[in-house]
Design a protein around this ligand. Sequence first.
Ligand code: NDP
Length: 498
Amino acid sequence: MTDQVVEIEGRTFDSLDPRTGTVLASYPIDGETEVRAAVERARSAARWWDVQGFTGRKRWLLEFKSAIAKDAKSLADVIAAESGKPAEDAMLEIMLGVEHIDWAARNAEKVLKQRKVSSGLISANQQAFVGYRPFGVVGVIGPWNYPLYTPMGSIAYSLAAGNTVVFKPSELTPGVGVWLAEKWNSLAAAHPVFQTVTGDGSTGTALCTSGVDKIAFTGSTATAKKVMATCAASLTPLVAECGGKDAMLVGADADIDAAVEFATFGAMGNAGQTCAGVERIYVAAPVYDAFVNKLTTSVKALKPGGAATSSYGPMTLGKQSEIVRSQIEDALAKGGRAVLGGLESLHGPYIDPVILTDVPEDSTAITEETFGPTVVVNKVRDLDEGIERANASSYGLGASVFTKDTAAGRRAAAKLDCGVVTVNSVLGFAGIPALPFGGTGDSGFGRIHGADGLREFSTVKSLTVQKFAAPLNLLTMQRKARDLKISALMLKLRHGRS
Ligand code: NDP
């Protein structure tokens, strides 16, 4: 992605404040040579990191966490300046990111230490164990929308699992990555366990081909396909956290005021630039009009702008406004209605909130990720029809269900094709580090966060230890007829009965 606001000159590029266009800082565009050198340094540091063991790594990661938390204000300033989001939102992002470092550090040993498993009847002479080893060096490629929280889901879990990390932040938010690397260096500069390389997409490609042992990618589905193609050449494994088109379902019995409050936050927070933000709302017919009226009142009160107290900031990636514009145009041309805002809502880097209703399901506002402060609210018969429409998407990141009957909410959740469902909240999972996060379909594959997130950055190693010779020895070229006969009998007795 090369946005019109990023000027790339020679081997450096500028990071800009999207609110004003002011140049914040200049960074190198790291090429193959620089990226490979970083990966080599990370590989040397991996040996030291391995020797630390779970206990030592936990101590270092908790120190890293404290150092970030102590200096959170300066990190929030960098996030706010580079993304344009209000300082409060930047601080919330840091709080969530730090929670993940804490959880990953404290739980890595419990999740990843070698464990005994049953060796089963026919191998009772063996002891069996499952263990986890780090991959080595993990390359993390991050997006700009939550430049700290999102990549931290890969960085913290990779490090806690014993890998070292080379991080390539988005070209729109390089300063966040550089800040983090400097923070690590302030603790242990001699051990480059965590490093940042800066640049554009070419730097990301260089990281994929640098010999790293795994790539953790977060970004758009289109870029994920390119990254996967690059990684295929070296069989480098990949976890891909991509975009979404999350639906909110509102049942006839829902608490409408609560649903409206969450819809306002989920659809408009961070200017709609949230991978698991609410982009489609399907409301049961009996409460549809009341919901639309209340949502309109709630959303109308939002004040986007560049101040610390604004409801949300500008579009961080300027060209995203054109996608929002084309989706509004398409929805209106196909018979949808704008009940709040419309094309006139786009001004400069800001977009005032837009609510679209009665939007045909083949409109791009329904089928494509919007990533802007617009939301579609369509009427459905009931939760079941809402589930059907939610599942008709090629994306499968998250969904939310609003109903006072939480058992019905859980039944609906089971039928939704996606990686995470929240009942009676939106984005409620973000503050629960134990919950794995990731999607299906165009939203990607693999998981960050939680125990599955730790295992995502580990290779599995199985082990058997023979305690005594097998009474029935079939693993020999000199099998005895008696052993075969007894084994065949056991086969029938154990598995042949219906
Ligand atoms: P992009 O796909 O444009 O970029 C993501 C990262 O990939 C950036 O660091 C980018 O670098 C880099 N990149 C670009 N081209 C290549 C390439 N050929 N090889 C390797 N790396 C490359 O995504 P955005 O930054 O625009 O982020 C927004 C997207 O991220 C949305 O679709 C959003 O839904 C998704 N997202 C998903 C999340 C999830 O957890 N599922 C969380 C947050 C966001 P550069 O920016 O320098 O071009």
